[in-house]
Design a protein around this ligand. Structure first.
Ligand code: ATP
Ligand code: MG
Length: 405
């Protein structure tokens, strides 16, 4: 009996051992099957490509999908960013967009089931503003209706920020308008005088004819200067990177050159120029630096023909190892209201210029600014009228001549 019981225990243990072994085998097999299924699913997904939301999020512009009731049912990450990632899904566009022009365009598309493309302008305080408080944002809006299965309809709204191109278009238009305005004045003087001189007996009064010819000559010089300056500014503005002829040169040489060119005016006006210009060697385009210094010194002289003007020209390497150039004068100065605009093209301080005087076109300082910036530098101006007007240029030391010791 005891022997029988012992045999039974042995047999049962053996059976249990076999069963466990089989169970482990089955479990391993199941694991392998599961892994295969997951691998197959992954391969299938890879073959199908990324999911729709991933694709929409990869778009570089905002995308909204709207159902026929005007409810937002899908947006991409660029669109969510406009609303600071607030939850805007399943809400009506009228309550989300809060912009009359955009909402009415959408309503029109929804009711007529028609595609629309329009450029809309959004003020700085709008949700669709991308430029903070100082600039309107221009979006090109595209609304496209889609017919889905059954009677389902959906609308896709995409928006492209075209503020930069609208802005550069405006700059171009302003430039053409200003340039033609500036050229028209001297041209009309010349054509008026020519008409007079070519009339019968027009040349009889020699003194008057001589005066007219002199005035015409001055106006021709002006036209030439305007055309030269316009070519220069359009070259400087044509590209982000102005083609510079970079070579080592000495700023002192440019200053000498400028003083020589303006010597007659300096003497005639009884102005004095004080200079602290050490022999600093510098990497840059000498043509532009001569132009920069000429415009700044010429401005000081031109605006102050009737006072004993003192101009200071200082150059140094500052504590941050930048080249610092300062040109200052004690003349009539620039009113605080005009200071922010003097580097804009064609801007001239009105108080300084009477109609009869020819003093320039207002391109000089915009050329100066562009040329300094093309060298990686910055220019600023401060002015206390009749006490001191200072133009300061700072250029990084990357432009310092590497042979300089
Ligand atoms: P352009 O240089 O094209 O011949 P412009 O001298 O009038 O003409 P900018 O050099 O651009 O034009 O200068 C713009 C305006 O800034 C000048 O018209 C003048 O009113 C003012 N301005 C510039 N420099 C001085 C200065 N040193 N003192 C007083 N006003 C100045
Ligand atoms: Mg000038």
């Amino acid at each position: 009996m005891t022997y029988f019981a012992f045999s039974c225990v042995i047999a049962l243990s053996y059976l249990l051992f076999r069963f466990r072994k089989k169970q482990r085998g089955a479990e391993n097999e199941l694991g392998r099957l599961r892994e295969n299924i997951v691998r197959d699913e992954r391969n299938q997904m890879r073959a199908q490509g990324p999911d729709l939301q991933d694709l929409l999020d990869a778009l570089p512009y905002p995308f909204f999908s709207i159902n026929s009731e005007g409810v937002l049912n899908r947006v991409n990450s660029q669109a969510a960013k406009i609303f600071d990632n607030r939850d805007i899904l399943n809400r009506n566009i009228q309550h989300v967009f809060l912009d009359k022009k955009l909402s009415s365009l959408l309503s029109k598309s929804l009711s007529k089931f028609k595609a629309y493309r329009k450029i809309l302008r959004f003020p700085p305080d709008s949700a669709f503003s991308s430029y903070g408080l100082d600039k309107d944002t221009h979006w090109e809006i595209d609304i496209c209706p889609l017919s889905l299965q059954g009677d389902n309809r959906e609308f896709q709204l995409t928006m492209r920020d075209i503020t930069a191109s609208v802005h550069s278009d405006q700059v171009r238009k302003d430039f053409v308008a200003n340039a033609s305005h500036e050229l028209r004045t001297p041209l009309s003087v010349i054509s008026g005088y020519l008409e007079h001189l070519t009339e019968e007996e027009g040349l009889d009064h020699k003194e008057t004819a001589q005066k007219m010819l002199e005035t015409m000559d001055r106006h021709v010089v002006r036209i030439n200067r305007i055309v030269d300056d316009m070519l220069l500014i359009s070259k400087l503005e044509s590209d982000d990177s102005v083609p510079l002829n970079i070579a080592p040169f000495c700023i002192a040489t440019c200053v000498k050159d400028v003083i020589e060119r303006l010597e007659l005016v300096i003497k005639r006006q009884g102005s004095t120029i004080e200079m602290k210009v050490p022999e600093i060697r510098f990497m840059g385009d000498q043509f532009y630096w001569t132009q920069i210094l000429f415009n700044l010194v010429e401005n000081a002289l031109k605006q102050n023909p009737d006072i004993p003007l003192k101009i200071h020209i200082n150059t140094e390497i500052d504590e941050d190892d930048n080249l610092k150039i300062q040109i200052s004068d004690n003349g009539i100065g620039i009113p605080a209201n005009d200071l922010p605009f003097i580097f804009k093209r064609f801007y001239r301080v009105e108080k300084h210029h009477s109609q009869s005087q020819i003093k320039g076109t207002g391109l000089g300082l915009s050329i100066v600014k562009r040329a300094v910036e093309a060298h990686g530098g910055k220019i600023t101006a401060i002015s206390t009228p009749r006490i001191e007007t200072i133009f300061t240029i700072i250029v990084p030391q990357a432009n310092k001549d590497i042979d300089d010791d």
